[in-house]
Design a protein around this ligand. Structure first.
Ligand SMILES: NC(=O)c1ccc[n+]([C@@H]2O[C@H](COP(=O)([O-])OP(=O)(O)OC[C@H]3O[C@@H](n4cnc5c(N)ncnc54)[C@H](OP(=O)(O)O)[C@@H]3O)[C@@H](O)[C@H]2O)c1
Length: 329
């Protein structure tokens, strides 16, 4: 098969579409002929040498894909050769073939094309596990989603609205905020001009849940923005990893700070990728199947233009996901 290989670590130019050994499905795994692969911010870090794959995972970049099951490993019962699926991966998505644990597959609903489906598993797993399984977001609560125009943000807005929560978002441009509003966001905060702490306190007595991509840069203000009993969930460190936490301020609100990722979770057991995908399949997937929650795709590029796709994501000019087409779906 062919896959994106890295000629050293560095800029987008280190990626090359080249021959690679075919992966072989092991016990509980399936082989997928990849139709498309989603591009994630983590992929940029891996390309730069700052986010190595977990032990045992493919060295090939790519945390999610869609495609057709081509082969079943031993012990796989719930899936058939020929099924249209999308998969949460620990790596390997930027390739013509990838193996995935059967427990990390989701069926592609009728009517959804495989290109769009490739952009769903990572955002669905991240958003559902953090907003719902970790922070317990529920109807009537106020959630603040930083980076509302990101791949994660555009999905999180829709999920939060489907739960009946009120949604505040930050973004860096009026145009992105306008599009966040179209997805259902009600409180629009341009982080270049407006103070998000003041904005959520003007709306309510703070945010019950904050989904944060900025880490250290927003830590103190996120605590200020929390409502009593609020949950701050840090999923990204675009503003640094080391910050100062005022425990007094957190304690006075009976608040909680979580920091989580999906990729390094165990495959099975408590808090695992299999557990998240099972919850996503049960609770979120019916909303994807009936169109309540739709993939937001900024651009689809051929896999041979993976470098251009990374430049596009790095530019910050995207709204939603960037997807790489590996073969015609
Ligand atoms: N923990 C996990 O398991 C997990 C999984 C997936 C993703 N993530 C993280 O989630 C975040 C989003 O990922 P993605 O793939 O969706 O990335 P993406 O589409 O590239 O989005 C990055 C976003 O950061 C926003 N941003 C930049 N500066 C900001 C600021 N000062 N305040 C608020 N937002 C700002 C940009 O919005 P503007 O253009 O409006 O500035 C952009 O929308 C990343 O930090 C990523 O590492 C974590």
């Amino acid at each position: 098969m062919r896959a994106i290989k890295l000629n050293g670590f560095g800029g987008p130019e280190v990626m090359a579409w080249a021959d690679a050994p075919d992966p072989v499905p092991g016990h509980g795994e399936v082989l997928i002929e990849v139709a498309a692969a989603g591009v994630n911010r983590a992929d940029l870090l891996q390309r730069q040498g700052n986010y190595p794959p977990p032990k045992g995972a493919s060295e090939v970049i790519g945390l999610e894909c869609s495609g057709i099951i081509a082969e079943l490993g031993d012990g796989v019962r719930d899936w058939q050769v020929g099924d249209r699926v999308c998969a949460l991966l620990s790596g390997g998505g930027y390739a013509e073939k990838v193996v995935a644990p059967a427990s990390q597959l989701l069926p592609v609903p009728d009517g959804l094309d495989l290109g769009a489906a490739a952009g769903l598993p990572e955002v669905a797993a991240t958003v559902w596990s953090n907003l719902v399984m970790t922070a317990g977001l529920r109807a009537g609560q106020l959630v603040l989603i930083h980076g509302g125009g990101s791949g994660i943000g555009t999905h999180a807005i829709q999920v939060a609205r489907s739960l009946g929560a009120r949604v505040a978002v930050t973004a860096g441009s009026t145009e992105k905020l306008r599009r966040c509003a179209e997805l259902g966001a009600q409180v629009l905060i341009n982080y270049r001009d407006d103070d998000f702490v003041a904005a959520v306190h003007a709306e309510d007595s703070g945010a019950d849940v904050i989904l944060d991509n900025m880490g250290a840069a927003y830590l103190a203000r996120n605590i200020d923005a929390l409502a009593n009993f609020g949950h701050l969930v840090v999923i990204g460190m675009q503003g640094g990893a080391t910050g100062e936490l005022n425990l007094g301020a957190l304690l006075r609100k009976w608040g909680t700070v979580h920091a989580t990722n999906v990729r390094n979770r165990p495959a099975t057991g408590h808090g695992s990728k299999a557990a998240i995908i099972a919850e996503v399949h049960r609770h979120l997937w019916p909303l994807v199947a009936d169109g309540t929650i739709a993939p937001v795709i900024h651009a689809e590029l051929p896999i041979t233009e993976a470098g251009e796709a990374h430049r596009l994501l790095e530019s910050g000019d995207t709204f939603g996901k960037v997807v790489l087409q590996v073969r015609d779906s």
